[in-house]
Design a protein around this ligand. Sequence first.
Ligand SMILES: O=c1ccn([C@H]2C[C@H](O)[C@@H](CO)O2)c(=O)[nH]1
Length: 139
Amino acid sequence: MSVEKNNDWQKLIESAQQGYNNAYAPYSKFHVGAAAITEQGTIVKGCNVENASYGLTVCAERNCIAQAVIQGQQTFSAMVVYTEQEKLTPPCGACRQVIAEFFAPEAEVMAVNHLDNRKTWTVAQLLPDAFTPKNLLEQ
Ligand SMILES: O=c1ccn([C@H]2C[C@H](O)[C@@H](CO)O2)c(=O)[nH]1
């Protein structure tokens, strides 16, 4: 993240909390919010959206990224995942793959909760040796 790092993290956490408030999770009751900042400095929000079929559930992180893509932005600097669980929530495997599509390996992802416990990973730590668009370009 570029300017005023701590300030940007704080804004991202607040946006992720707002996303959390809109979570649709009647089946698992596990509400998740996410927020990401794009390279242009736009903050986008996401929440998990479950489905009666269960399998069609989409996580907060992927909905957040899709929201930015819909707005025409495809490069991100950082993401926050917010829950109100004592144990922090790291992105699931499917979300790690989608994050690796749009974030640089050095970009940071932070899990945070209502107690302000925080854990930060780089995208490379979340998904080492990721299969990304670069692999396809080398053909
Ligand atoms: O990183 C995560 C992990 C889980 N979930 C959602 C999916 C499902 O709705 C609920 C329980 O897995 O939490 C997310 O949104 N993000």
